[in-house]
Design a protein around this ligand. Sequence first.
Ligand code: BV8
Length: 247
Amino acid sequence: MPSAGVTLAPTDSVVVLTGAGVSAESGLRTFRDGGGLWHDHRVEAVASPEGFAADPALVWRFYGERRAEAAAARPNPGHHALAALAVDLGPARFLLATQNVDGLHEAAGSREVAHLHGELFVTRCSDPDCPAAPFRDERSDFPSPLPRCPCGALLRPHVVWFGEAPLGFQPVKRRVQSCDVLVVVGSSGTVFPAAGLVREITLRRQWGERARSLYVGLEAPANAADFDALCLGPSGETLPGLFEVRR
Ligand code: BV8
């Protein structure tokens, strides 16, 4: 599998999908690497609706800790490189979708980020029928009693747990189905449906389209076989020089 940079023709459109690896050099833990979040926490206990129902205090401790860590983190050169590419290409030719909830893409200047798995610093009512809107929330400490919505239901983090539908997935999938280049950065390729997006490019190539895909990350992901090329290395080092935008 060749390793490659990305030369963009003047009309090429790009979709970038990021995972936890893009924030690793900002000091935030990934999920499945050594020492990752899933090594210290049972996924079903802290990232599922059933876990929240069983022990909402545990879930708020988990997300409160992550809010404190993310609040102290700063974007790295990888985040900044993607924000710069967005300005270079413009919204018609560039979409950034992320599985991350840490807010570091926005901190680097990215706008219009598609948060497939929600946002850490946003809280919402846990009652799906409640009309109250999700709201910005910097709190990282959750003593008893846990916060409640005026409707009486518990508040919850505005993140997508296992078994819940990702947010805004179809519009992102449609952009992947029409883009020229899909670049996935720092994701182990194990969580669906996000991990399946690269297969849209594979299918288009099988139908004779010229779309192409690139994985950028520390090591080959579980879905490496679906990518046209791999660019292995820390994304904070590889992203800044990766894209050549032809005029
Ligand atoms: C859904 C919450 C349906 C927010 C997360 C069996 C088979 C297939 C699928 C399933 C199955 N059983 C169940 C499913 C579905 C399930 C799933 O995929 N499970 C997997 C584990 C088998 N998916 C779901 O439940 C999804 N929902 O399917 O809904 C539906 C549809 C319609 C209507 C109703 C229902 C929901 C998935 C979202 C779950 N929420 N997190 C939070 O707490 O953050 S998942 C969690 O994993 C995060 O969101 C994270 O972003 C995501 C993916 O992880 P990665 O980002 O890839 O991170 P990871 O640690 O795994 O990898 C890091 C990578 O970085 C590594 O490869 C490493 O090499 C690299 N790296 C490290 N350092 C660097 C680096 N790269 C570059 N530079 C570095 N310096």
